[in-house]
Structure formats: structure tokens, C-alpha cells
Write a protein that binds this ligand. Structure first.
Ligand SMILES: [Zn+2]
Length: 591
């Protein structure tokens, strides 16, 4: 997780989400979360002797139109067949004289969308948490928490945890509130009482905030608190995963890159992914129990033949977030000339780790926000490539085999952008971070750095950016991500900088096709899934999304409100919009 969306105007401490643990109480909704996995309204080619499309058992689907790729779809088609194993076996146009056989279903198809950087479990936790977004005073935080306690009786005990004492109902409760970017946490007095009296004055790479009172711990200082937090049970985590997958399918996601999963959670994923409850493709990056270490004995690679879970990469962390001045900068912050932020790991350790992991056969993905962090990440990755491919002058061929990534790639010095182009290091970018940060980014960085270094997109197109959202830091809706990339405006407000109708630094904006490409083929390339994911073609995963209109004709402003009609993964329906419940749409549609 990365860039916080705290705005400059409200106190950063107030943009929090409540960490799940507290929420031990009610999560009933899961029962209704089982996706519908039965294909409907289709016919089997084996039942249709006159047609010659596909093997026995394949199912064929025809729609008003099928767009096979975001950019330059090669074929003018509207039908495809999917094997019982869930891969496309044929893509074709229905013969105009044979409409009865080829039942045309309503809707327009695009390839299944991927989020190139999110956090599955944390998103599930978030869905079951008190939501404090928008609370801009301590009173409002307390009010939200009281309501939350009412809805979830039993939370806030020492066994669960939840905060904030100047309220009779909340006093004495165990609360821990995570800042939206999870780079700080705010705990109640009851939790503070569990800590030793001799807390250090200074924490390297972190901060204990002491004014106006104790309670907030940032970055490395969070390590003082989080070990005390009672971890959710495996059952509860499964609930989180199920909730998260259901919500992600609603917005057209068929897969995601999970940017940091502990080995024990990967073991749980592995188990779950062999059941029908696992409906989303997950490309998970291993994060060691102790951050920024080498833990090869615990890091097990996973490759499911059906492509539902893949683990072959590792996540390392170079720095913190911009909002809390935690990103590591070459030159001081413009609004804090005494500070250049902080590295979470020193340069030589980062390089050693990248070399060890890549020698063990892992793709190395480094979180880097500030320009110093990006420089050191690039150093570590370049050194690793030189080790992997000795004697090769040009490292780009080596890199295209190993596909090292920089997660966020947010602020990159021009000299390091040049290296990124030369070597082909993959930038993993979240377009909505740019539009959430724009209000305060210029304060932190100054206009010159904004203009030459920050939130690049268009100028990085040649190195195949992977696009994502960093959910739950930002909402997971990829159509909002495309909107932010194309307009450089906030998808929630439809505006640029406060008071401005114009997009923010539109010289770095993408076209709609380029943006969708980042959420399809870009994400596939960054996960070694090219030809399998993000495209509709023979041999690819049978994943697709159905929209009400042809995406090529949808205006960019409509993306903000676009609703997905159906989402399919491996030839099975995982989401189908309920037309009966839609406001302004009285009719029930039969799909
Ligand atoms: Zn992240």
C-alpha cells in the first residue's frame, strides 16, 4: 500500500479506516456472497451437429460485439467458445444467415480486467470495518465508532480490539485505527496501556506522534503496536477473501496482483484456490513475516494449471508514503526543508535482498515512492540483472525474462527515468493515486519536481506499465482508474485540482485504449501471463466482462458511473447485475 489520500486541508490523522480485528462482530453478509457459478443461456456445441465450432463439451457464447483486446483488436467478432477447462477454444463471427443457432446475448464484451496492485485480504478486512472516510473531526470519528459498536456488539474487547476515550461508550475499549495508506496507526488508551513505559524517543524509519497526545504510531514505530494486535482467525480471513472477491467481480475484475502476502496466508490461498469459493485469479507477491528479509524456506512458489493462483514474485519495500512525508527523496521536501523522508532499508541491504531473491528464481518487485527510493530500487534491480546475465551489455533482454517491477514508481528523477527506459524496468502505477495526491503533491514536491518527475504515465508507455488501484487505499473500480489515467481528474469529483475543471498535468494522460491496456495486457505482462490474461483469443483464460455499451463509443465521463453487466472467470459467471434492484430501471432483464 502506498500513497495516502489525506488532503492538505484536513488533519491527516483523521483519514482512517478501522482495522478489522476489532470488528470481530458481525459479518453475516458472507452467506449471500457465494458467486453464481452456473453458466446460463448458452448452448453446447456438441448439441448442435450442424455447427463445427469447438470440441465436444465446449460452450459457445455470442454477444452484440466482442472486443478481443484493448488496443487494435485484430478481429471483428461477436462469438467465442470456451472449453470445459475454462479456456477460449475459438473466437469468431456468427454467420448472418444462422441467427437462430447463434443466440445473440445482450451486451458488449471486453477482455476480463486485472488490478495490477491491490491487497486482497486487507480489502476484505476493509469491507468488514468501520469506514471513517470523510470523518473530519474527532467528534465524527467517535460518532462513527459508536454506530459501528452498535452494529457489531462484542467488538472492542481485549480479545478483539477496536478506540477513543473521550466518550463514555468507547472508553476502555481496545481500538486500533489504520490510516488509509496503512503507514500509521492510531490506538486507544487501553492499547497504550499494554505497551512498556520506556518507549524510545526516536524510532529509525518511523515516528511516535506525541502531540497533542500519545496514540499515533507511523511506519517502523507501528512495529511496537501491531504485534499486540490479536490476528484474525483463518476462518475470518476466508470470509474476508470471499467478500473481497465478490466486490471485485462487481467492477469487472477477473484477476489481481496481490502486492505482499505472508507465507501463511499464501498457504491459505493455496488451499482455498482448490475450491469453488475461489473465483478470482490471484498473482501473489510473497512478503516475508519480517519485512525486507530473505525467507526462501517459507516462500513457496505456486503455479496452478488452471491459472487461479500463481506465486513466483517477492515484494520488498524501499520507503513509505508521500502524505506522511515518509517517501525517501534525493532533495528535501518543499514543505519540510529539514526532511528528505526515510528509507525503510539501506541501499546495500536492498541490493543484497534483490540479488538473493532473483538468484532464487523470484521476480523482484520493490515498493518505491520517492525519487531516492526509486533510484535505489533501480540500482538494486540493475545489479541483480547484471548478476543474472553476466557479460550482457544491454540488460533489456535479461529484464524481459525476469520482469522486475517498481511498485508505485511515483516520483522518479529524470536520470532514473532514462535508466527505466533503457533497461525496461516495469513501472506498476496506480492512476487514482495521482488524482488523490494532486491536491498536496505540489506542496510536498514543488512545481519543478511535479513537472519533471512525478506521476508519469504517458512517458512510461514504452516500458509497459502495469496499472492498478492499490485497493483498499483507493477504490478497486478499474473504470475509475481508466478515467483518472485519461482525464487526470478525480473520478469521485470529476475535477482536477480544487476549483479547477482541467485535468492535472494532462501531458502525462493516456488514451482510453492505452489505459485499458494497462489493466489488461500490461497486467498480464507484469505477471508472465501474456497471451493468457487480458485478451480474448484461442488458448487464453476464458475470462470476459459484459458491458451495456460498446466501450469504443462510451464517453470518458460515463466511465465514472459505468456499471458492469456480467463478469465471467474460466467460463463461469461470477457476477451478474441484478436489474430488478436498479434505481431508474424498473424492468427485469433476462440474461
Ligand atoms: Zn500497496
Amino acid at each position: 500500500m502506498a500513497s495516502p489520500s489525506s488532503s492538505g486541508s484536513s488533519s491527516p490523522a483523521l483519514r482512517w479506516g478501522l482495522r478489522l480485528s476489532l470488528l470481530a462482530g458481525g459479518i453475516a453478509a458472507v452467506l449471500s456472497l457465494q458467486p453464481r457459478l452456473v453458466p446460463q443461456g448458452v448452448f453446447s456445441s456438441s448439441s448442435s451437429s450442424s455447427s463445427n465450432h469447438g470440441q465436444d463439451g465446449d460452450r459457445t457464447y455470442c454477444y452484440q460485439a466482442v472486443r478481443t483486446a484493448a488496443i487494435n483488436p485484430e478481429q471483428d467478432v461477436n462469438c467465442f467458445s470456451v472449453s470445459p477447462e475454462g479456456t477460449f477454444t475459438r473466437v469468431f463471427r456468427s454467420p448472418p444467415d444462422n441467427e437462430r443457432e447463434y443466440e445473440i446475448r445482450p451486451g458488449y464484451v471486453i477482455p476480463g480486467l486485472w488490478d495490477g496492485h491491490g491487497h486482497l485480504l486487507q480489502y476484505g478486512e476493509f469491507l468488514h470495518s468501520a469506514d471513517l472516510f470523510g470523518a473530519d473531526s474527532p467528534d465524527e470519528v467517535r460518532r462513527s465508532l459508536r454506530e459501528y459498536l452498535e452494529r457489531n456488539p462484542g467488538v472492542g474487547t481485549k480479545e478483539t480490539w477496536d478506540m477513543i476515550e473521550q466518550d463514555e461508550i468507547l472508553r476502555g475499549k481496545y481500538f486500533m485505527l489504520d490510516r488509509v495508506d496503512v503507514h500509521c496507526t492510531w490506538v486507544s488508551q487501553a492499547v497504550l496501556d499494554l505497551l512498556p513505559d520506556d518507549l524510545p524517543d526516536e524510532v529509525p524509519g518511523g515516528e511516535i506522534v506525541r502531540t497533542p497526545g500519545m496514540g499515533v504510531f507511523c511506519d517502523n514505530a507501528m512495529d511496537l503496536v501491531t504485534p499486540l494486535w490479536p490476528k484474525p482467525s483463518a476462518e475470518r480471513k476466508k470470509t474476508f477473501v470471499a467478500s473481497a472477491m465478490k466486490e471485485l467481480h462487481k467492477v469487472g475484475l477477473v484477476g489481481m496482483h496481490d502486492a505482499g502476502v505472508l507465507p501463511r496466508d499464501i498457504a491459505m490461498y493455496d488451499q482455498m484456490s482448490r475450491t469453488d469459493d475461489w473465483t478470482l485469479r490471484v498473482y501473489a507477491m510473497v512478503e516475508c513475516p519480517e519485512r525486507n528479509t530473505f525467507c526462501p524456506d517459507e516462500a513457496v512458489k505456486v503455479e496452478h494449471p488452471d491459472g487461479m493462483l500463481s506465486v513466483r514474485s517477492v515484494k520488498l519495500f524501499a520507503d513509505g508514503a508521500l502524505g506522511s512525508w515518509g517517501s525517501a527523496m534525493i532533495e528535501p521536501y518543499s514543505d519540510r526543508p529539514d526532511s528528505t523522508g526515510s528509507l525503510l532499508v539501506n541501499a546495500s541491504t536492498l541490493t543484497t535482498l534483490a540479488k538473493s531473491w532473483s538468484a532464487a528464481g523470484f521476480q523482484v518487485n520493490i515498493h518505491a515512492i520517492g525519487d531516492l527510493a526509486n533510484r535505489l530500487a533501480m540500482d538494486a534491480l540493475e545489479t541483480s540483472l547484471r548478476d543474472l546475465c553476466p557479460g550482457q551489455e544491454n540488460l533489456s533482454a535479461c529484464q524481459s525474462r525476469h520482469r522486475f517491477r517498481i511498485e508505485h514508481s511515483q516520483i522518479i528523477h529524470p536520470a532514473d527515468q532514462k535508466r527505466m527506459h533503457e533497461i525496461g524496468i516495469i513501472p506498476s502505477i496506480q492512476p487514482t493515486h495521482a488524482t488523490s495526491d494532486m491536491a498536496y503533491a505540489a506542496l510536498r514536491l514543488g512545481e519543478e519536481r511535479i513537472r519533471t518527475e512525478a506521476y508519469r504515465m504517458r512517458s512510461l508507455l514504452d516500458v509497459r506499465p502495469v496499472l492498478g488501484s492499490d485497493f483498499p487505499v483507493e477504490p478497486p473500480n478499474p473504470f475509475e482508474g481508466v478515467y483518472a489515467a485519461v482525464t487526470r481528474k478525480n473520478p469521485r469529483t470529476g475535477r482536477g485540482l480544487p476549483g479547477s475543471e482541467d485535468g492535472w498535468h494532462v501531458e502525462e494522460a493516456l488514451s482510453m485504449e492505452q489505459a485499458f491496456d494497462g489493466f489488461t495486457r500490461g497486467a498480464a505482462w507484469g505477471a508472465f501471463l501474456e497471451g493468457k490474461a487480458g485478451v480474448i483469443q484461442e488458448g487464453a483464460f476464458g475470462d470476459w466482462v459484459v458491458l451495456d455499451d460498446d466501450i469504443g463509443l462510451v464517453g470518458v465521463e460515463e466511465l465514472r458511473h459505468l456499471k458492469v453487466r456480467e463478469t465471467w472467470v474460466g467460463g463461469k459467471t461470477v457476477y451478474q447485475r441484478d436489474f430488478g434492484n436498479e434505481e431508474g430501471k424498473g424492468e427485469k432483464e433476462d440474461l
